[in-house]
Design a protein around this ligand. Structure first.
Ligand code: SAM
Length: 287
């Protein structure tokens, strides 16, 4: 598919399924069929996908460790007018997958190259939207550090993150990671484990961290497969877990008769809860 109208080719970033091949979009298939070359993280894995859809296309491997080296080579092809499609092993390229380097280079140096994203599955977003946790503000953390001391340090930095937190985790580190989260975030923080999304053994389970660990230990199969963790943000956690229904009811009753400030002061005195927690509750719920 030589681009005859423009001198330059296009670079398509194409999302592919995260388990269920039927999730591929019609547009992704059209573009995969049309591009001149496909840049794949693992040519064998992408080869299987293409075979399933009966697409025959030359593949180039493009992964974390050769990204920098190969970016210029691929850009030269685009400059010559060839259209390239960038895919990863699964889901949305660049989301914990290679591709950043070539896109950055295009944006910085070859601003006339058209970068065209083709939307599709992303494990982080699927886990988030099915978690029941706030989706209006969220924070994508990707993988936590593998080494314990670095992981603990990072978790301490994230402890007071008020947005819903998205973490990718591998099956063999999951328990260690959950114990660390429990230690730093407290046993009551609500967390959702989204496993094997779009696949046969898909399972989405939410609970406080202590119960989640107990639930996993009842059946170690629950550790298996691909996993996303969604953690409740700090503020909504603090409000819901430290303000019991009784405190909230008292505050709301007082609020009917008194100013917000007085209602907060009196509730805080009665139950020894922090005033700013009541204030945040008031702001959040716009009473
Ligand atoms: N680019 C991918 C995306 O769009 O989600 C992410 C690639 S990253 C290298 C792989 C990690 O994504 C896995 O370790 C897991 O945390 C998460 N993941 C990928 N597929 C998943 C699935 N089907 N169910 C749950 N998590 C998944």
């Amino acid at each position: 598919m030589k681009n005859n109208n423009f001198k330059l080719g296009n670079l398509y970033i194409i999302a592919t399924p995260i388990g269920n091949y039927d999730d591929i979009s019609k547009r992704a298939l059209i573009i995969l069929n049309k591009v001149d070359y496909i840049l794949a993280e693992d040519t064998r894995k992408t080869g299987l996908l293409l075979k399933y859809f009966n697409i025959k296309k030359k593949l180039y491997s493009y992964y974390e460790y050769n990204e920098k080296k190969k970016a210029n080579f691929f850009l030269e092809k685009i400059i010559k007018g060839l259209n390239l499609g960038l895919v990863s092993d699964s889901g949305t390229p660049l989301i914990n997958d290679p591709g950043y380097r070539i896109i950055q280079l295009c944006r910085e140096k070859y601003i006339n190259i058209k970068i065209i994203p083709i939307p599709g599955p992303c494990a982080a977003i699927l886990a988030l939207i099915s978690s029941g946790l706030p989706t209006n503000k969220f924070c994508y953390e990707g993988f936590l550090p593998h080494k314990k001391n670095k992981r603990i340090k990072r978790l301490n930095e994230l402890k007071k993150e008020y947005r819903t937190l998205i973490i990718y985790e591998s099956t063999h580190r999951l328990l260690k990671c959950l114990y660390d989260i429990k230690k730093i975030f407290g046993k009551n923080r609500y967390i959702v484990l989204a496993r094997e999304l779009t696949k046969k053994w898909e399972n989405i389970y939410g609970s406080n961290i202590s119960n989640l660990i107990k639930w996993i230990k009842l059946d170690l199969n629950r550790l298996k497969g691909e996993i996303v963790l969604i953690i409740k943000g700090y503020i909504s956690y603090s409000i819901n877990d430290e303000l019991s229904p009784k405190i909230i009811k008292t505050f709301l009753n007082l609020k009917k008769e008194l100013s917000t400030k007085k209602a907060i002061n009196i509730t805080s005195d009665i139950f020894s809860v922090k005033k700013n927690l009541l204030y945040k509750f008031y702001i959040k719920n716009k009473y």
